[in-house]
Write a protein that binds this ligand. Structure first.
Ligand code: COA
Length: 261
């Protein structure tokens, strides 16, 4: 039996989803989109950090062009890839995209839907859609602009120019560049940092980040109100204060003992 086009590894605090059509440079086909929807079902019910990664030195070379060619106007209006990427963007816990090699077209748009993107020196990211006679309709026209600003987004989308890893780093499109063999470990380190924090505070932060400008500051107050009553906040703040108190008492004792000789 063929291996699944999306290979999912589940852990208690994170899920790692690997795009897995290496012979087609992980081109995103309908089966992969269905698998991403199924993963969203799972992560909406049982929120965990998601790490998205590719295989064989490629993140994804775009939507599957063979399937795209067969799609017609009604398919375009369904937003097949766009809707899946919106769900990924709106997952309750952080989404980390680990980009090795090409992240093109729909592959780039999947990466734009993540909260955090990291790359390798071989990363090439961008949207060559106009060269295929279509627009980048799965998020690039609005999400890329939000991430890198209108000037660079316009240049990338209107010319199809791909960014190198260094250019993506300078533009803030990725937050770090790691050697290829360190990429997944770096993604896990980010997930470790998330896991050390309070999950509800992380989810509320994401909710506030996603809220439209005119929802602030009311939404921040509402989310904080819930957290101010949470046992986790009491415990975490008490732990902090008692740890400091303990350190101060120990420092006083040590100073006294030294003075006494
Ligand atoms: N959709 C469908 N198939 C794709 C694909 C895509 N987006 N990208 C690559 N493939 C397939 C190729 O057709 C080829 O299949 P084959 O072996 O059956 O002929 C296989 O993947 C390998 O691709 P190839 O072009 O030989 O690999 P490469 O390493 O020389 O080049 C790329 C890699 C990414 C530069 C090149 O594949 C490419 O330009 N892909 C399309 C990029 C694109 O326009 N994406 C936007 C789509 S919206």
């Amino acid at each position: 039996m063929d291996e699944a086009s999306l290979v999912v590894e589940r852990r208690s605090d994170r899920v790692i989803a690997r795009l897995n059509r290496p012979a087609k440079r992980n081109a995103i086909d309908r089966e992969m989109i269905d698998a991403l929807h199924a993963l969203c079902d799972e992560l909406e019910t049982d929120p965990r950090t998601l790490i998205l990664t590719g295989s064989a030195g490629t993140f994804a070379a775009g939507a599957d062009i063979a399937q795209l060619r067969a799609r017609r106007a009604d398919d375009a209006r369904q937003g097949i890839n766009a809707n899946a990427f919106i769900r990924i963007h709106e997952l309750p816990m952080p989404v980390i995209a680990a980009l090795d090699g090409y992240a093109l077209g729909g592959g780039a748009e999947l990466a734009y839907a993540a909260d955090i993107r990291i790359a390798t020196p071989s990363t090439k990211i961008g949207n060559p859609e106009t060269g295929l006679g279509i627009i980048a309709a799965a998020g690039a026209t609005w999400r890329l602009r939000e991430i890198v600003g209108e000037a660079l987004a316009s240049e990338m989308l209107l010319t199809g120019r791909l960014l190198t890893a260094d250019e993506a780093l300078t533009a803030g499109l990725v937050s770090a560049v790691h050697a290829s063999d360190q990429l997944l470990a770096a993604a896990h380190l980010i997930a470790d940092r998330v896991a050390a924090n309070d999950p509800l505070a992380t989810q509320h932060t994401k909710r506030a980040l996603r809220a439209p400008r005119d929802a602030h500051p009311r939404i921040d107050g509402e989310l904080q109100a819930e957290l101010f009553e949470s046992p986790a906040k009491m415990r975490r703040m008490t732990d902090f204060l008692e740890r400091r108190g303990g350190r101060r008492r120990w420092a006083c004792w040590a100073e006294g003992a030294w003075a006494r000789g």
